[in-house]
Design a protein around this ligand. Structure first.
Ligand SMILES: Cc1cc2nc3c(=O)[nH]c(=O)nc-3n(C[C@H](O)[C@H](O)[C@H](O)COP(=O)(O)OP(=O)(O)OC[C@H]3O[C@@H](n4cnc5c(N)ncnc54)[C@H](O)[C@@H]3O)c2cc1C
Length: 338
């Protein structure tokens, strides 16, 4: 598809849940320079503009009004290579995992824990992607893009992005109002591999001094074992965020459920494993109306074939209700409903 909007575009192949969706208008952004023209197209017709990357964290409706911009712009550039850090610029449409592999191959280390996360560079700051003890925010220098209201370019420094666990300003005050065109990353030197996360530490147990290559291999091995490949079984990764509760609430839960899986947070609060809560409510492997809960990973809802967004959101709502009734904990959805 070109940068000229097309009407009635089928998005089933553009989201990893393979949900059926027809976009009223859709254009692929190969070059950020085309964006002002596309925004003018939308303005002239009174269309709302939405942005899609790899479609690995969205719940698409069956019919999507407005103009959808699919980010396909590419380019990776090393801007600074000093003794204390490397600074890189990557275009929003760069696929994330190949970007991580490219950096690793160049010797620009640091991103290895975030390998194999689906999606694009431009979407990575939206929910501040994280895995295996590392979150993206520690590597973000700037997020550059366009304010969709004014059409003006805007640069946000890391502090302005208000990053937190699976969250940022792009899901808050700027939700739906900002298009990321490129991200500047800072990779501190010397690289200190981050291997403290329990599953990663266990995978690396036989490796006395793991470096970036060992961390990369271990992360990829764990992910391939644990997570269903969306190409084989459509899914959007974790469907629920891990809830964070106060120490007091945790104390009560622990008395009732001594085996509750949890992680103590630096601020004294406690993060609970949403997968464990869902599993304890008996949902693991559950199937209905073409959708279900993965039989090995209770946090992942899947489309077994013929599933719809209505079936999926209905299932998610009942899972949330049962977790709330049993544990008094409210699960938040991770994928973004459009
Ligand atoms: C199997 C699997 C495993 C996963 N594992 C992880 C994991 O370990 N950790 C993790 O954090 N996430 C994980 N995810 C979720 C997902 O991969 C990430 O959230 C990823 O960053 C989404 O990228 P995307 O390009 O597919 O975004 P999309 O799904 O296309 O979009 C997600 C949101 O970002 C917005 N967006 C996308 N691109 C832009 C842009 N350029 N400018 C403005 N807004 C934009 C969209 O409008 C939407 O609101 C997983 C998903 C799957 C399917």
């Amino acid at each position: 598809m070109s940068a000229t909007p097309e009407a009635g575009v089928d998005l089933r192949g553009s989201n990893t849940l393979r949900l059926p969706c027809i976009a009223e208008w859709c254009a692929d952004v190969q070059d950020a320079a085309d964006i002002p023209r596309l925004l003018a197209f939308a303005r002239e017709r009174g269309l709302r503009v939405r942005v899609l990357g790899g479609g690995s964290n969205v719940l698409l409706p069956e019919s999507l009004p407005g103009l959808l911009l699919r980010m396909r712009n590419t380019g990776i550039e090393l801007l600074e290579d000093s003794a204390s850090r490397r600074v890189l610029r990557a275009a929003a449409g760069e696929p994330w995992h190949p970007f991580v592999l490219h950096c690793h191959a160049q010797g620009w280390h640091g991103l290895e824990n975030l390998a194999l996360i689906p999606g694009t560079v431009g979407a990575a700051p939206i929910q501040n992607i994280g895995a295996y003890g590392v979150e993206l925010d520690r590597f973000v220098l700037e997020v550059r893009g366009i304010d969709l209201q004014s059409g003006s370019p805007r640069v946000l420094g890391a502090a302005e992005c208000a990053f937190s666990y699976r969250d940022s300003i792009f899901k808050g005050a700027l939700a739906g109002g900002f298009l990321v065109t490129e991200v500047l990353f800072v990779l501190p030197r010397p690289v200190v591999p981050c291997t403290g996360y329990a599953a990663l530490a266990a995978e690396l147990a036989q490796c006395p001094e793991p470096g970036p290559a060992e961390v990369l291999a271990a992360v990829m091995a764990i992910r391939r074992r644990r997570l269903p490949d969306p190409a084989l079984l459509p899914n959007a990764g974790s469907f629920f965020k891990n809830p964070v509760v106060t120490a007091e609430v945790f104390g009560q839960l622990l008395r009732a459920e001594p085996g509750i899986v949890h992680w103590l947070q630096a601020d004294g609060r406690v993060k609970l494993a949403a997968a464990w809560l869902v599993e304890r409510c008996g949902w693991k492997g559950h199937r209905e109306r073409g959708v279900g809960v993965h039989d090995a990973q209770a946090l992942v809802l899947v489309n077994h074939g013929g599933g719809t967004v209505a079936a999926l959101t209905d299932l998610a709502a009942r899972i949330r209700q049962s977790v709330r009734e049993r544990f008094g904990v409210l699960l938040e959805l991770e994928p973004v409903p459009f």
